[in-house]
Design a protein around this ligand. Sequence first.
Ligand code: JA8
Length: 250
Amino acid sequence: MNFDVFTLLPDVMQAYLHASILGKAQEAGLIHVKLHNIRDFTTDRHRTTDDEPYGGGGGMVMKPEPLFAAVESALGDDMGKMPVVLLTPQGRLFDQGVARELAQHTRLALICGRYEGVDERVRCHLATDEISIGDYVLTGGELAALIIVDAVARLITGVLGDTQAVKKDSHASGLLEHPHYTRPASFRGWEVPEVLLSGDHARIAAWRREQSLQRTLHRRPDLLEHAELDEADRNILDQLLKEERNHSSR
Ligand code: JA8
């Protein structure tokens, strides 16, 4: 998977992309992230990337010329054959489903805006897709782009090493994860649940599934609508809901 990221702050993104799992994935050639400094594609003496909005009102808008020049020069013949994603609060909401969709491509361009936004011509004639990472406003698209690179990269075979990790992940099955424990078995008087020390793998799997369902029911009931649930899961959920009703009526 190849990422082309267009930004005014390539240095800010560099450290994260070379740390830990993403760094190893790049060394292994499983992913490649190329950072393009938008300012390198300005043609004026002051290397101007922004300007005042037509119609007034204050704030600054990113100029179209450097962005078009940067993206066209980097993508070349691949223009029109790959997604060019503009990060913006006005885009469709990013989730695990969008990450899976983007991971199907072999090359992905991400445009990071700054200031009040980018010239509308970038949106209409350069970007093929607009994505937001959540309903809050950042000072720039860089963090959003890092989140997308991170979430997409870990879906690429080999990046996590252990393929099981992806399948069992929170949101992969549509449920929140069960609690995790490691040594020591007793920490400040807080004990690891006995079942996890039992060595009974069937009991452990059943406990974890129930914990996942319980957590999802309490914290993110909205996720249950699209989760992959079998008959046993539905019975557990019915039971949990019954217990809930009993507790609240007492
Ligand atoms: C922002 Br400025 C700017 C650019 C991209 C994004 S994505 C998001 N949630 N906020 C702000």
